[in-house]
Write a protein that binds this ligand. Structure first.
Ligand code: SAM
Ligand code: FES
Length: 348
């Protein structure tokens, strides 16, 4: 089969066999066809629109100990912080002024924020910014907690599955965590009718092409509204200090594959992609991504939310980031829109 025929097949069927995916993911011979096909597909549905989500990293305390993550519990070198409700609302006010209509509250799994406290924060954001969507990204929780957050006004939830291979999952996480529980959480979120985002790191330690194909198969079952992928980036103060960063090219290739498999999905061009390459986010958009998630956290704490090293945009004010991104998105040939950016629902 010629290179362009394989891409044509993926475009038409939104699927390939495992063997075909393996060929596609392991070679750079298809990349130019892939990027072009993915960009065409994205433009046919979303035009040149890029949706923005304002990220508020409100706590770097975490009870978990994921081996790859810079803010894991056992990293004693991190200076820990928590934002108050007032500080979070100030971030939202600034974000609103800059045109953000979705706020993403992300943090470690921090039991300081009880359901009552977090629901209070969510409902106050909901009251003050009633035309905005609230997204949560606070890890694994009980069904009851997820329901409480939803009832308080959070309607979207980001929880990457990280890897769909159970053995690989166990190599990335301590035994207190399991792929089964992660999946249970994701299906519970769907059942509650959150718009769900999932995804994985590209080039995570011990990853193989076969696992990436399992990731694609899992996403086919889950059918998330958003799919977030970014390269794994090493953090010195983790057990994975000696592993290499994930590859930008493989990340771009996977963004294009995802766009062709899930034409309607919201796919962010992630900060991690911008961290491993100065043009990473622009290239991500050109490969089929249609969302960016600039940081709205107070500048004073940004460096402390250090999931990985050399994270970009930790010194700029939100307004500076917004201006910089406007230019970057424009230079890539797209346009930031300030609407709530709902997923376009596919008519099946
Ligand atoms: N606690 C929440 C959770 O676990 O979903 C949200 C915070 S968690 C830090 C957000 C995401 O950061 C994870 O899903 C993971 O994929 C990503 N991440 C963590 N460490 C990373 C690293 N070293 N390189 C790239 N991405 C990383
Ligand atoms: Fe919890 Fe990374 S280990 S956020």
């Amino acid at each position: 089969m010629k290179n362009s025929e394989l891409i044509e097949k993926l475009k038409c069927d939104r699927n390939l066999s495992d063997d075909e995916f393996k060929v596609l993911l392991e070679s750079d011979a298809f990349d130019e066809f892939l990027y072009r096909a993915a960009d065409e597909k994205r433009r046919s549905i979303y035009g040149d629109e890029v949706y923005i989500r304002g990220l508020i990293e409100f706590t770097n305390y975490c009870r978990n100990n994921c081996y790859y993550c810079g803010i894991r519990r056992d990293n004693k070198k991190v200076e820990r912080y928590r934002l108050t409700k007032e500080e979070i609302l100030t971030c939202c006010e600034e974000g609103y002024r800059l045109g953000f209509r979705t706020f993403v509250l992300q943090g470690g799994e921090d039991s300081y924020y009880t359901d009552t406290l977090l629901c209070g924060i969510i409902s106050e954001i909901h009251e003050h910014f009633s035309d905005c969507a609230i997204t949560l990204s606070v890890g694994e929780n009980s069904k009851e907690s997820y329901r409480n957050f939803f009832n308080a006004g959070a309607t979207r939830y980001l929880l990457r599955h990280e890897t769909a291979d159970a053995e690989h999952y166990q190599k990335l996480h301590p035994y207190s965590m399991s792929l089964d529980n992660r999946k249970r959480c994701l299906y519970t979120l769907k059942e509650i009718e959150y718009q769900v985002g999932s995804g994985f790191m590209v080039g995570a330690p011990y990853q193989k092409t076969e696992f990436l194909i399992e990731d694609l198969r899992f996403l086919q079952k889950l059918k998330p509204d958003m799919i977030g992928i970014g390269p794994y980036i090493t953090h010195t103060d983790t057990p994975f200090a000696s592993f290499e960063n994930g590859s930008m090219l493989l990340t771009l290739r996977l963004i294009s594959v995802l766009r062709l498999m899930f034409p309607y999905a919201l796919i962010p061009s992630t900060t991690a992609l911008g961290t491993i390459h100065s043009q990473g986010r622009e290239l991500g958009l050109k490969a089929g991504a249609n969302v960016i998630m600039p940081n709205l956290s107070p500048v004073g704490v940004r460096k402390l939310y250090s999931l990985y090293e050399n994270k970009i945009c930790t010194g700029e004010e939100a307004a500076q980031c917004r201006g910089c991104l406007e230019q970057r998105v424009k230079s890539a040939g797209y346009r930031i829109v300030t609407s709530i950016g709902n997923r376009i629902k596919e008519i099946e």
